[in-house]
Write a protein that binds this ligand. Structure first.
Ligand SMILES: Cc1cc2nc3c(=O)[nH]c(=O)nc-3n(C[C@H](O)[C@H](O)[C@H](O)COP(=O)(O)OP(=O)(O)OC[C@H]3O[C@@H](n4cnc5c(N)ncnc54)[C@H](O)[C@@H]3O)c2cc1C
Length: 521
């Protein structure tokens, strides 16, 4: 039996590890096909100290049950006797977030009030969404369930900048997030129970997984774009018998698939068509569509494969784009002034949101080093704009059309820091255009995301963020791991079933904590 995995992001790598660990498949019978030159997908790490790093921000929590179950098996790079899971939790126990200044207004005043500005009506509306069955939320938007005032509250700003949701986004996904993260409500401002990787996700998660898979014989084929999948003609059943892939030099190859083999396909990426700029250049938009091209092809004329157009394609970008930026700085001026402004030492403040900035900027000052080979004296921090298509206040352009220097000037303008020129000269700001990063939030209908095993499929599983599993929330490596685990469990019928999704609405401790927010704060 051979296993073919399309996509070398965390989901594809997790699938390979679970095939070995849960289903006893020998590593040398597993091949991962990755279209990019690098493994890691959304958990990317680009650039270097000279050109400036480019990496994603980091938001996790303790209830990522499938992912951490797997990572308990994987040794960390620092110490083979310490698992990646233990390294992660030890770091978070030793360095918890204690955000003292989460939101500031245009006068640099901290915004934080009782009950996060929520009225009793808002709280009831939240409770109503939490208990409404998903079938009744089909295709509906969050804004349909709340008054316009709700979207001006501190709660909404905290929520949307941590989780990514906008008023026009999916009520189904919002319900799932509310129920999943209800226990975080009291700590939204301090982010006390929000977790992050000890350093960037690529080195924290991707490298150790690859280091575990490689000696077990797993084959990694990078620069290999899977273009099409062929099925054995038969009534009511779908058995993959072939797939075609193209290599970086344009050469194509076809692989025969036996009925007892298994094919696991990542159907899309939040990092699809990602492009980076520099201090002097804005990111050039890409339009390759490669990350979801295979899904689109599979879904042509087959409704059991869902609807990729609900998430991908030019009309979707306006409601899903973020521009992130990673700053590598070699002077202490920025960090010193930031520490003074927020009262949080580097790494202990979660996000700083500049409420009145046109782009709705949020900044994250990482615990250092953020990159393991970062030179001594260098400092890496990160930020993103929730509304990158609006004009800035100091640079009156859309954020996605700005160079790194322009974005940094905008940030410094809002913060009113001294020694701006020293900061500019000692910093490299790399902007990164992510046109689809927030598309998991787009209003969707049931059936837009196909099931993990499409109807009739005998040896094909779908994995990643664009596949339907009950209750769980997307924009998480947990979701990708869960889909991989479920697909393997269902197709091979080996190993344990995935653990259940944590549901805060049934956890008395979580409910008590929420009650305290609404009643006693
Ligand atoms: C900026 C950013 C920040 C994020 N932060 C977090 C976070 O803090 N916490 C969290 O849990 N999650 C976060 N995520 C979500 C994150 O992407 C996922 O948790 C995780 O990386 C998903 O893994 P995946 O393998 O499903 O998808 P991806 O990581 O997107 O990987 C999919 C891979 O499949 C490849 N592929 C697609 N089609 C083909 C094909 N036909 N042939 C070959 N290869 C193909 C793509 O090239 C890509 O590399 C973030 C994402 C982004 C973009």
């Amino acid at each position: 039996m051979k296993a073919h995995i399309v996509g070398g992001g965390f989901g594809g790598l997790a699938a390979a590890a679970l095939l070995i660990r849960n289903a006893g498949v020998p590593g040398h019978d597993i091949t991962i096909y990755e279209a990019d030159e690098q493994l890691g997908g959304g958990f990317f790490l680009d650039g270097g100290p000279q050109s400036g790093y480019n990496l994603p921000g980091s938001v996790f929590d303790k209830e990522f049950r499938c992912a951490f179950d797997l990572l308990a098996t994987i040794p960390s790079a620092a110490d083979p006797n310490v698992s990646v899971k233990d390294q992660f939790f030890t770091f978070n126990n030793e360095h918890p977030f204690d955000d003292r200044t989460h939101i500031i207004d245009r006068d640099l005043h901290v915004v934080h009030g009782p009950r996060f500005g929520l009225s009793l009506c808002d709280s009831l509306a939240l409770a109503r969404v939490s208990v409404t069955p998903e079938a009744m939320l089909d295709g509906r938007r969050i804004e349909e369930f709340f008054s316009p005032r709700f979207f001006l509250t501190e709660f909404w700003l905290l929520w949307s900048t941590i989780m990514g949701s906008l008023p026009q986004h999916s009520a189904i996904e919002f319900r799932r997030y509310v129920n999943r993260f209800i226990y975080l409500f009291p700590d939204l401002s301090t982010m006390a129970r929000v977790l992050r990787t000890p350093f960037n996700q690529h080195e924290a998660f991707i490298n150790p997984l690859v280091a575990w898979l490689s000696p077990r014989g797993v084959n990694f084929l990078t620069g290999a774009f899977v273009q099409d999948i062929g099925f054995e003609p038969s009534l009511g059943r779908m058995t993959v018998n072939r797939f075609d892939y193209q290599l970086r030099d344009g050469a194509t190859s076809s692989v025969a698939v036996a009925p007892e083999d298994v094919v696991l396909v990542t159907t899309g990426s939040q990092a699809a068509d990602r492009s980076a700029g520099s201090m002097t250049e804005a990111p050039k938009p890409l339009d390759t569509g490669r990350s979801w091209a295979l899904w689109k092809r599979l879904a042509q004329g087959r409704k059991e494969f869902g609807n990729p157009d609900a998430f991908f394609g030019a009309p979707r970008i306006a409601e899903s784009r973020w521009v992130t930026f990673t700053v590598t700085t070699t002077s202490t001026e920025f960090i010193d002034q930031m520490t003074k402004l927020t009262g949080s030492e580097p790494g202990s403040g979660g996000l700083l949101t500049l409420k009145d900035s046109g782009w709705v900027l949020s900044l994250s000052i990482f615990h250092q080093p953020e990159v393991l080979d970062q030179p001594k004296g260098a400092f890496v921090w990160w930020g993103y704009g929730l509304y990158p298509e609006r004009p800035g206040n100091y640079v009156t352009k859309r954020m996605d059309q700005c160079t790194g220097a322009e974005i940094l000037r905008e940030v410094l303008g809002h913060l009113r820091f001294e020694k701006k020129e020293t900061i500019m000269e000692s910093s490299i700001c790399i902007p990164c255009n992510l046109p689809y990063v927030n598309n998991i939030w787009l209003a969707r209908r049931r059936g837009d995301r196909p099931p993990v095993v499409p109807e009739g499929a005998t040896n094909l599983g779908l994995i990643g963020q664009y596949v339907e599993v009950e209750r769980d929330i997307a924009f998480t490596f947990e979701y990708s791991t869960r889909t991989a685990w479920e697909a393997i469990y269902r197709l091979l019928k080996r190993g344990p079933a995935p653990p259940p999704v944590y549901q805060g609405q049934f956890d008395p401790n979580a409910l008590l904590a929420v009650l305290k927010v609404f009643v006693s704060q």
